[in-house]
Design a binder for this molecule. Structure first.
Ligand code: MIC
Ligand code: SF4
Length: 648
């Protein structure tokens, strides 16, 4: 029996490949890590708490791309901390302005057939180059830097068989939006999507990366493409052909499921408010009046995307009722647009050029007007994420975005007017890594002083599990709650990512702004939730802040993968209903109790929740493996590691 692409990498990197079966856990040796600043400060505080001198990976990179607005000392202090901590511990540092972590990593560091984990949910972008890459909480990344294998429940491997070729004026974004429409934001849970079939050949590495990037929106464990001649050409053009290895699935590889996707049948698509799976054909929504267009983000800011945008804008004028902002994904992209003259086409048309960073994607500026309609080339359009709660965000390809910007309404570019095939990947990218600082040598470890500003506070640490847990329900939420709902981002709050007490005031702000007050009053509380709780970003603040506010457990119909891991790492027990209908039997402020919790969990025996207010017994499950049980008993990952001396 042959192997899939995923299995080939795992045969090399898994410590227990023989256990690669659904229902088991697999321990993966990590080759590379990446962090970004909004999760990075916390990840490095955790790494330092593990008392490790140097990272044990082949390569670790710390990027600054999220919190680049310096309206006060907070972000600048975080940047300084990340820079100095990286230098000391053996980590490369990518300065603010050098670009979005996933775009830069793809250009400069990602290696086919190796394993990457990153403290950002879109780390699977590197799957476009054939790297097995996972988004994870910062603490898991800290552990990987310390040499601890990354452990996950074995996912199913689903082949997406790409048939044929895209029609003119249809793009990679339309492929992934079509998949999201079919499978929804829950469709990828517990799965790795492996792309194959003849259609792969027609897609460039950045196009593949657009698709693997938004696999995160499917809830997938990760997504990956093979590494072929196209991959080799991309690496060669980046001056690193030596990093290329061929990586294909064997003819007789066996998949848990295969989905055929005929690229010829795909048309321009749009994800409507407020979820990336609320997808329609552009034709169904065309004519929608728009106020703002934002082009960029780790999904769609490659050089080719940007050149095609410039081609649409060239000689045209941004519609008087529309604001167009463009953020190229990296300094490499920006430099090349400058030299080729494409940047002038954008500026001449009336676009505002932003720095190479996440920017509006994470609400770092450019919030739309009240009730505004914004077309964005990003990957998420969750309620409130743009910074304007009643704004309506639509997700489209860069080409639809640019054409709509000149028309003032949502429209796909007509194929008889534009020939996008003129814009191919260059044979040679301009390479300039002078905004990436290498770490200090091992001998200089003691000479490097880590600078820690006053906004950087200690992170909360859980307590060993109590025998009996008695709590009040501090919030009850519905299905598909994202980590943006739990712990919002945006320009006002993001600078406080390293200050949990301050951040706690905003927990669940868009859903129920009284939650923090109520939780504090109850002292010991829990969260009741629907399906897919914690989908979206990897921010472990969505677990650390509830921990700080006294949350002891989350009782949900189901959990998203990264968030569940973050809850466990924080020492918060994630439990699910045995019968989903029991969700109706609990109300806000009910008193719940779990008796003999510690004893039962230690023996991996069933527990139940007693609703004291309603005098009802509720059957629940906790799907935890042995290590996770130990972590919960210890009160979180840090306590567990300190007890078990698993590291350094
Ligand atoms: C996002 O796109 O939601 C973010 C901001 O990049 C997050 C990380 C964070 O919250 O810092 C992610 O995707 O993990
Ligand atoms: Fe940055 Fe947006 Fe990508 Fe998150 S999704 S890494 S905020 S560009």
């Amino acid at each position: 029996m042959g192997y899939s692409v995923t299995e080939k990498i795992l045969r090399k990197n898994a410590l227990n490949f023989e256990d690669f079966k659904v229902g088991k856990n697999i321990k993966i040796r990590v080759d590379q890590t990446l962090t970004q600043d909004a999760t990075g400060t916390m990840a490095y505080l955790q790494f330092q708490a593990l008392s490790c001198r140097r990272v044990k990976t082949k390569l670790s990179v710390a990027y600054v791309d999220h919190n680049t607005l310096q309206a006060g000392f907070m972000n600048a202090d975080d940047h300084r901390y990340i820079k100095t901590v990286a230098k000391k511990h053996g980590i490369y540092f990518s300065k603010p302005g050098n670009g979005i972590c996933h775009q830069v990593h793809l250009e400069r560091f990602a290696v086919p057939c190796d394993v990457l984990i990153g403290s950002d949910s879109h780390t699977p972008t590197a799957g476009g180059i054939g790297m097995l890459s996972f988004g994870a909480g910062g603490f898991d990344v800290a552990c990987a830097m310390a040499g601890i294998p990354y452990e996950i429940a074995c996912p199913k491997i689903v082949k997406i068989n790409l048939i044929g070729k895209l029609n003119p004026c249809v793009f990679a974004k339309d492929i992934i939006l079509t998949i999201l429409k079919k499978l929804t934001v829950k469709g990828g849970v517990g799965k790795i999507f492996e792309y194959g079939g003849e259609g792969v050949k027609s897609l460039s590495v950045p196009e593949r990366a657009t698709i693997t990037n938004m696999g995160a929106e499917l809830g997938a464990t990760t997504s990956i493409f093979p590494s072929d001649e196209t991959t080799r050409e991309f690496l060669k053009a980046q001056g690193r052909e030596e990093d290329w290895v061929a990586l294909f699935a064997d003819e007789d590889a066996v998949y848990d499921e295969t989905i055929d996707l005929n690229l010829e049948e795909i048309t321009p698509m749009v994800a409507c408010p407020h979820s990336p799976d609320n997808v329609k054909a552009v034709d169904e929504v065309k004519g929608l009046k728009i106020n703002q267009v934002c082009i960029g983000s780790c999904t769609n800011s490659s050089l080719t995307d940007m050149m095609q945008v410039a081609h649409i804008l060239r000689g045209n004028k941004v519609h008087p009722d529309v604001d167009l902002v463009i953020s190229p994904g990296s300094r490499q992209v920006l430099t090349m647009l400058t030299r080729s003259g494409h940047l002038s086409d954008m500026i001449d048309a009336g676009a505002r050029i932003l720095e190479c960073a996440c920017g509006p994607c994470i609400g770092m500026g450019q919030s739309p007007k009240s009730g505004g309609v914004s077309l964005r080339t990003f990957n998420r359009n969750f309620l409130g994420r743009s910074g304007t709660k009643d704004a309506k965000i639509y997700l489209v390809s860069p080409q639809v975005a640019a054409y709509s910007a000149i028309k003032g309404e949502l429209l796909a570019p007509p194929k008889d007017v534009f020939d996008f095939s003129l814009f191919k990947m260059p044979e040679q990218f301009i390479v300039n890594d002078n905004m990436i600082s290498p770490p200090a040598s091992e001998e200089d470890f003691d000479k490097v002083i880590v600078e820690k500003g006053p906004n950087i506070k200690d992170f909360p640490i859980g307590e060993p599990l109590n025998e009996n847990i008695s709590v009040k329900v501090a919030i009850k939420v519905s299905d598909d709650i994202t980590t943006d709902h739990i712990m919002p981002a945006g320009a006002k709050i993001l600078p406080y990512r390293s200050n949990i007490p301050y951040l706690s005031q905003f927990c669940f702000e868009v859903v129920d702004s009284n939650f923090p007050k109520r939780a504090k009053e109850f002292k010991s509380c829990c969260i009741v939730a629907g399906l897919n709780y914690g989908q979206g970003s990897s921010r472990e603040h969505a677990a650390l802040v509830p921990l700080y506010l006294g949350v002891k457990f989350v009782l949900a119909k189901s959990f998203a993968r990264i968030h569940k891991a973050n809850l466990i790492n924080a020492g918060i027990l994630p439990i699910t209903f045995l019968n989903e209908e029991d969700y109706e039997k609990i109300d806000l402020e009910d008193e719940l109790e779990i008796k003999n919790c510690k004893q039962l969990i230690k023996k991996n025996e069933p527990i139940f929740v007693f609703n004291k207010t309603k005098n009802l017994k509720i059957g629940v499950e906790y799907a935890l493996d042995e290590r996770q049980i130990e972590i919960i008993l210890a009160g979180g990952l840090l306590n567990y590691i300190k007890n078990s001396r698993e590291v350094c």
